[in-house]
Design a protein around this ligand. Sequence first.
Ligand code: DC
Length: 223
Amino acid sequence: MSVNIAIDGPAGAGKSTIAKRLAKELGFIYVDTGAMYRAMAYYFLANQIAAEDEAAIAAACPKVDVTIAYENGEQQVILNGENVNGVIRTEEVGNMASATSVYPVVREKLVELQRQLAKKADVIMDGRDIGTCVLPDAQVKIYLTASSATRAKRRYEELTAKGVSCDLEEIEKDIIERDYRDMHREASPLMQAEDAILVDSSDLTIDEVLEELHSIYEQTVVA
Ligand code: DC
């Protein structure tokens, strides 16, 4: 049976950075489920489908094929045959993903794909509903969070380093809105699974978070 590690938490808590490194160190496959919701969102944006138009979203879903491939160990998201990794990381796509992931029709499609991936291999999967819905039997469940101010500052520094001009207050406002939407939707809202371990990364470095996760893994899987 494959070993599954679920990492959930709000946007910007460091899930993907941490999950990617942990996967490399443990020899697991990293599955970024947010990228799948982003690929669907990218399709809706490209086809001028409004996030509020549930009927149009439902009609579009059967036309959207999302699959995953790995290139040099890096996850690639393939949307209707096209690699969209390079175009799904914008704030616009992230907000659209948050707005359209509220629909069960969108979620059902991706949850099935995620479960198939976890069945086949040892995976570290990050998202919002992995421990609560996608992989309820995961051997390790982590809820990784940080204050909205810390997350906004990290995002601001990341964008500024890339030469993108941005406003810290605006970023924090966006983060708070996104948290609210992800936590209050009806279908699989973001929440800590009862058996998940809470890790608050506000005052921790990446290395310190990794150290904590390694120790949780050792205690729950290896022991
Ligand atoms: O982790 P991310 O920022 O790439 O995710 C983008 C959006 O996708 C997020 O705001 C909510 C949605 N999402 C989800 O509903 N369930 C997941 N498992 C992962 C992401």
